[in-house]
Design a protein around this ligand. Structure first.
Ligand SMILES: *Cc1c(COP(=O)(O)O)cnc(C)c1O
Length: 413
């Protein structure tokens, strides 16, 4: 950062403050992660200097030969990682990956069936405030009110009634395994396409820790920056028969020039994900989540669905009579970054909520294991059970900083 510090000290200072925040705190936001230095370098490279509209071998600009090489590598590595026939790595984000699938295979006004945002789904799956809620007719399923898990019988019944053009599965706040095959079977029965949005669990799917959706459902979309631990961005995988429509929907359908520095960094991320260490990393994410969940429950806190199969868990504070917002605020002051989240039988607004989403990908990237998870679980319980106790928050905050200092973000920096 030596050039930036000279040319723009104001911004350099902001970046330094953020570096300290990331270093001293504990990042438990389930959708976040810490990329490798190699990914950081690729993202901050001169690959950003180029327009490369089009696809490898078919560009609208000259001088793209090395960008072709980088994008081809990114596509091939992603295909290898998931066993996919086709990969598009140009989507600027997870939302745009989803948009491309909808634009390619739906007409405006068609029915899209998906998981409700307040039950764990994503904005881009049909929320009224998203383009999806404006362009399509939306039918939404939730979780079973008792088990707080997906009930495939109920989803099948709804699909028969609603006859969607696109059945979407995948979630932002669902702590349990998703049966992609069951979703594709429901879609087949009612003549719908099936899209799995594995944004959160992509790393687990790539390493076989969660079942893979590729070659099971028609389309798989993902982000590259969550459990996959790459740069911020999106990607789409499908069989070859769908590839022309998907590629056209991304460019020229809805994007201009691809972010070539990001695509280059995606290639680096996918190569890292192909290595055995990435599987070990994802195993540890799940082990850590299990230990954290047990610790929280042993402290008398309730988890939605009674636990977790993946990298995240949802705390329900109804019994503690505190809100998700209050818990989020107090924990952030203790150096534990989390986000408030609606829970399945939510009675409060999305700005307040009764729950909290907690995930282990980022702390696992720092090398934390079961012992640290027990500490974190006990600290969370301590804070949320006595939310107005300033002395306790301060005490936890000191313990957080002390533990964090043993796990540097980037040891070489
Ligand atoms: C995070 C997420 C996305 C969107 O990603 P952006 O890159 O923020 O647009 C899409 N779907 C699901 C299920 C997600 O969790």
């Amino acid at each position: 950062m030596s050039y930036l510090a000279k040319s723009d000290p104001e911004i350099a200072n902001i970046i330094e403050k953020e570096r300290l925040r990331q270093t001293n705190g504990l990042e438990l936001i389930a959708s976040e992660n810490l990329v490798s230095r190699a990914v950081l370098e690729a993202m901050g490279s001169i690959m950003t200097n180029k327009y490369a509209e089009g696809y490898p071998g078919k560009r609208y600009y000259g001088g793209c030969e090395f960008h072709d090489e980088a994008e081809n590598l990114a596509r091939d590595r992603l295909k290898k990682l998931f066993g996919a026939q086709h990969a598009n790595v140009q989507a600027h984000s997870g939302t745009q990956a989803n948009m491309a699938v909808y634009f390619a295979f739906m007409n405006l006004g068609d029915t899209l069936m998906s998981m409700k945002l307040t039950q764990g789904g994503h904005l881009s799956h049909g929320a009224p405030v998203s383009f999806t809620g404006k362009f399509y007719k939306i039918a939404q399923y939730g979780v079973d009110p008792k088990t707080e898990m997906l009930d495939y019988g109920v989803i099948a019944e709804m699909a028969r009634r609603e006859k969607p053009k696109m059945l979407v599965c995948g979630a932002s706040a669902y702590p349990r395994t998703i049966d992609f095959r069951a979703f594709q079977e429901i879609a087949d029965e009612v003549g719908a396409y099936c899209m799995a949005d594995i944004a959160h669990i992509a790393g687990l799917c790539a390493t076989g820790i969660h079942p893979n959706s590729v070659n099971v459902v028609n389309f798989t979309t993902t982000t590259t920056h969550k459990t996959l631990r790459g740069p911020r961005g999106g990607a789409i995988m499908c069989n070859s028969e769908y590839s022309p429509a998907i590629d056209k929907a991304i460019f020229p359908g809805m994007q201009g020039g691809p972010l070539m520095h990001t695509i280059t960094a995606k290639a680096v991320c996918f190569e890292e994900a192909l290595k055995p260490a990435f599987k070990e990393y994802n195993k540890q994410i799940v082990k850590n989540a299990k230990v954290l969940a047990e610790t929280l429950m042993n402290n008398g806190l309730r988890l939605v669905s009674g636990g977790t199969d993946n990298h995240l868990m949802l705390l329900d504070f109804t019994a503690q009579e505190i809100t998700g917002l209050e818990a989020e605020t107090a924990l952030c002051r203790a150096g534990i970054t989390v986000n408030k989240n609606t829970i399945p039988n939510e009675t409060k607004s999305p700005f307040v909520t009764s729950g909290l989403r907690v995930g282990t990908p980022a702390v696992t990237s720092r090398g934390m294991k079961e012992a640290e998870m027990r500490n974190i679980g006990n600290w969370i319980a301590k804070v949320v059970k006595d939310i107005h106790n300033e002395a306790k928050i301060k005490e936890v905050s000191q313990q957080v900083t002390a533990m964090s200092s043993k796990f540097p973000l980037y040891p070489e920096i």
